[in-house]
Design a protein around this ligand. Structure first.
Ligand SMILES: [Zn+2]
Length: 416
């Protein structure tokens, strides 16, 4: 016997959504209609263009909206938006209808005032049937945004990049940079047991020692370095990457590799550097699985790396920073391979949970094999730890120099 279920959808008239929003700027006032066709209040992005000076670009499923120098990145159908390294949850999802991108009203009412510091204010109307976004006049130079280049200036001399301070005598870097260093494992999670580490040393001790030295090396190079852990404690994987947002240029996680038991186990040696992508080989799969197992030690308080949000965050990290992360990985790998006794195992890619929540380019360095006698002795020695920390720092500086060069080239256009 079969049972037919008829599902009846009743769309109860709930609290009426605003019919229109008023955009009030020093240049005038504009009314923009609000639609509720997909169940949540939304505004057609192009309608916001003229009053707010906002630009919209659709690339595949990705919507990029630029407003007052802040870039908002949406994914169609996803209730999140990323701006300035922060992910904001949205009530409703962006969608495309009739060749027009619709953005949740919640973004305008809530995210814009939060993300574009002090520039906008949302005023809900008393009756709830309309709201007003107010653009505040620029009173004092809150943010020193350079004036836009006139459109006719294609032959004008190229402007120098924003405040060109004297380069640092050690690194040649001109700007202030921040790095988050993540010593792998910790606390109840020892990491791999380290067959060739002396005494009772395990992976978590080596990663912490190298992490601290790397912080010192970066500090010496005038780079602001933060550790995800500076003691023997366990931090959830998702929380580690999440420390790298606004004032952070990149995230680097430090680990020690290990081969599974077998006849050839102790012959494998060397350093390899990973960025986040799908594993292409069994070996990459093995390393990601080994490092992701740290999650089994977690208490379950952090949920950012699982479920739909985890998927979105991973997608953002892969789409947004793939090229930069791969380049960072290459520069760090080149530098580390030069000093490593175990050899160069190259740049690799795999699905590391710890890299998914970083809102900047992110890499994971497997500094050598605890299952190899030479690597084990190197990583456990003070000299070896200093060498590897210094080499990673040099690779990071090489990447930041490249980043500054690219920004200087891009600065006159100032598209984003
Ligand atoms: Zn590890």
């Amino acid at each position: 016997m079969s049972v037919l279920l008829w599902l009846v959808l009743v769309t109860a008239p709930r609290a009426p959504a605003p019919q229109a929003v008023l955009i009030t700027t020093p240049r005038g006032e504009t009314s923009v209609p609000v639609t509720t066709e997909r169940g949540t209040a939304a505004v057609a992005a192009p309608r916001l263009g003229p009053p707010l000076g906002l630009t919209v670009a659709l690339d595949g499923s990705r919507v990029t909206v630029s407003l007052s120098g802040v870039v908002f990145v949406f994914q169609l159908g996803a209730p999140f938006v990323r701006a300035g390294g922060v992910v904001y949850g949205l009530v409703g999802e962006p969608y495309v209808a009739r060749d027009t991108v619709f953005l949740p009203l919640h973004w305008l009412a809530d995210c814009v005032p939060r993300a574009v510091g002090g520039r906008y204010r949302w005023e809900p109307a008393p009756g709830g049937d309309t709201g007003r976004l107010v653009e505040l006049p620029i009173a004092s130079p809150v943010t020193a945004t350079p004036p836009p280049t006139p459109p006719t200036s294609s032959t004008a001399p190229v402007l120098p990049p924003s405040p060109a301070s004297a380069p640092n005598p050690i690194t040649g870097l001109r700007l202030r940079h921040g790095v988050v260093i993540d010593p792998g494992h910790g606390g109840v999670d020892p990491g791999n047991p380290g067959r060739y580490f002396p005494g009772r040393l395990v992976e978590k001790d080596i990663t912490l020692a190298i992490g601290r030295l790397l912080r010192a090396e970066l500090t010496r190079r005038a780079i602001v370095a933060t550790l995800t852990r500076s003691t023997d404690t366990l931090i959830d994987l998702a929380d580690r990457g999440a420390l790298c947002k606004a004032a952070c240029d990149l995230f680097v996680s430090i680990h020690v590799n290990a081969m599974p038991d077998g006849r050839r186990a102790d012959r494998v040696s060397g350093v390899e550097t990973y960025f986040l992508s799908d594993a292409k080989t069994e070996d990459q799969q093995r390393v990601a699985q080994m490092e992701n197992e740290a999650i089994s030690f977690e208490t379950g308080t952090s949920s950012a790396a699982t479920g739909p949000l985890g998927f979105i965050l991973r997608d953002l990290q892969v789409n947004e920073y793939l090229r930069e992360s791969a380049q960072l990985a290459q520069l760090v790998q080149d530098s580390a391979a030069r000093i490593h006794p175990g050899g160069d195992r190259g740049v690799q890619q795999a699905g590391f949970t710890v890299l998914t929540t970083a809102r900047r380019p992110a890499i994971l360095v497997e500094t050598g094999f605890a299952t190899n006698r030479t690597d084990g002795a190197f990583l456990a020695s003070s000299l070896g730890q200093h060498k590897i920390a210094s080499a990673i720092a040099d690779g990071i500086v090489a990447y930041l120099l490249e980043l500054e060069r690219k920004r200087a080239v891009a600065a006159p256009a100032r598209g984003r």
